[in-house]
Write a protein that binds this ligand. Structure first.
Ligand code: HEC
Length: 509
């Protein structure tokens, strides 16, 4: 009697396993999974390098498909599950991956084709429908067959007679394969328009204009995000759209002419969407300086939220040698919430992740970002072989690092104060960096007494008793207006106390 039961269980479990294997067919189980998660990019004319649209194509690539699913390389979705809950998540569940695995292991049966779902009706034109404004690059930009990646900006006049509010921006490339990503900036000054075409080719290189705003970005394969609820981004009349484009040559010379669709809200945003970047200025104030071969270089920064907010989206930015980034929120009651964790950063898949539910972060919450870089040869994405010292900079082979949380104030009347507080944080970071540089110069000038008059004497090259912006170090220039308390455009001796304080604080550390 006692023997019989396990035996029965043994047979019945064998039977169930066999039954499950027999049941997994392309038509019934695999087609829905692939159509839903892979085919949007893996079909003719899209970003994926081959099509995955029918039994034959999927059967042929079953093994490699399983590998990229298990590695979580495909579908492209960088946030590690369990750190932030996102509305636009593309991550496959463990169950889906194991279903695919069983199908691959069981000889990939087709099953009854009549049971197959119809191939999805992927939008052929604009994914979000007909845009309110359609503009395109004035001229196509020639991308050579090979050579280094190209960063190029294109100014597109919008000539808007009045202020507008933007819900989403969708970009349609003419040569999708060469586009790695495009950032949508705004320029109210007309400077970008002036720079465009100056070197005889469409567009311009470098960031020689002051960005007056941003409308998000285009990442290959990612669908355009509509801002939730009645939120929208401001688009001031007279602004030009600037496409900051990263091209990657693919072995074939092509010319890219992007078309951009802008979706407008019919009324102003109910709230101001406020970016909280930690560290600010893409890490410019962090003194990023990564020794060649260092696989564990870290930066860390934090920001205390000055008033109750709700976080709606999050996204990170870094270049090639970054490997890991994480943002957490520690609430005043001590509870720590994970907001974003990426453990395999890839410059080519920089998403923006929309929280499923707005994340409530009360006043006093500490946002903390930790970023790790691997500048050794063990990092396959290292642009240098052998590795070289890498510092903060704007070239793709330099580094940056920050995570941006998009928030709205719980009470909109606090919005301006929150924005000021994020600007002060930016100023503090840049000032700290300026102070670090100044400190070095003071030491080498042999003036070790940290006094306002010494700082003044060192910087005041034309000896007029004050510091003009042109006399300030590059970093001090960026926080110049913060230090210039009386807003007269120059720094007088009595305004230099914050600089002195920073120098002193630094020496103590
Ligand atoms: C958002 C667009 C997108 C989606 C969705 C997507 N892919 Fe891809 N896939 C790409 C692109 C682009 C590449 C080329 C990547 C590269 O070369 O870096 C690629 C490459 C691949 C490769 C080749 C990898 C290699 O090492 O050569 C495989 C296999 C693959 N995808 C399978 C899948 C599967 C399976 C899914 C669904 C579970 C999927 N992809 C979903 C865009 C996508």
């Amino acid at each position: 009697m006692p023997v019989k039961i396990p035996l029965l269980l043994f047979f019945s479990s064998l039977f169930t396993t066999a039954e499950i294997h027999a049941e997994i067919t392309f038509s019934e189980h695999i087609a829905p999974l692939v159509f839903e998660n892979c085919s949007s990019c893996h079909r003719p004319g899209q970003a994926g390098p081959f099509s995955l649209t029918n039994y034959k194509e999927v059967r042929k690539r079953g093994r490699i498909m399983l590998e990229v699913m298990e590695d979580r390389f495909m579908p492209p979705w960088k946030p590690v599950p369990g750190h932030g809950v996102f509305a636009n998540s593309k991550a496959l569940s463990d169950e889906e991956i194991s279903l695919f695995e069983k199908w691959v292991e069981s000889d990939r049966p087709e099953g009854d084709p009549d049971k197959m779902p119809p191939f999805p009706d992927f939008p052929a034109g604009w994914q979000l429908g007909e845009p309110d404004i359609i503009v395109s690059m004035t001229e196509a930009f020639p991308v050579p067959a090979d050579g280094r990646d190209i960063y190029r900006n294109f100014a597109i006049p919008l000539d808007l007679p009045e202020d507008k509010w933007v819900k989403a921006v969708e970009l349609r490339p003419s040569e999708r394969s060469v586009l790695h990503h495009v950032l949508f900036f705004l320029d109210e000054s007309g400077r970008a328009r002036e720079l465009d075409g100056r070197d005889g080719k469409p567009g311009f290189s470098g960031m020689g204009f002051k960005r007056s705003g941003s409308l998000g970005s285009y990442i290959p394969g990612a669908e355009p995000l509509l801002l939730p609820g009645d939120l929208a981004l401001p688009l001031k009349k007279g602004s030009d759209l600037v496409l900051a484009t990263h091209f990657h040559p693919t072995g074939k010379a092509v010319a890219e002419k992007s078309t951009v669709g802008i979706y407008l809200a019919d009324k102003p945003s109910s709230k101001t969407v406020i970016p909280m970047q930690v560290p600010p200025a893409f890490g410019a104030g962090m003194g990023i300086d990564i020794p060649a071969g260092d696989s564990k270089y870290r930066i860390e920064d934090s920001f205390t939220i000055p008033s109750d907010v709700e976080a709606i989206a999050v996204g990170g930015h870094a270049h090639y040698v970054c490997q890991e980034m994480r943002m957490t929120a520690t609430l005043p009651d001590g509870v720590t919430k994970p907001l974003l964790y990426i453990d395999d950063w890839d410059l080519n898949w920089q998403g923006s992740y929309l929280f499923k539910e707005p994340v409530k972060l009360p006043k006093g919450t500490v946002l903390k970002t930790e970023i790790r870089y691997n500048n050794s040869s063990s990092n396959p994405r290292n642009p240098f072989s052998p590795p070289k010292r890498i510092r903060w900079g704007k070239e793709s082979t330099d580094e940056m690092g920050s995570i941006t949380l998009q928030v709205v104030a719980a009470d909109e009347s606090d919005a301006a104060m929150i924005v000021r507080s994020t600007r002060r944080k930016t100023g503090r970071n840049l000032l700290a960096q300026a102070a670090k540089k100044l400190d070095g110069r003071l030491n080498s000038a042999g003036q070790s007494d940290l006094t306002r008059s010494n700082v003044l004497r060192l910087l005041d090259k034309n000896r007029d008793g004050r510091i003009q912006e042109s006399e300030a170090s590059a970093r001090l220039k960026e926080s110049f207006s913060q230090v210039d308390k009386n807003k007269n455009g120059t720094l007088e001796e009595d305004e230099l106390q914050p600089v002195v304080e920073f120098l002193k604080a630094r020496r103590k550390r």
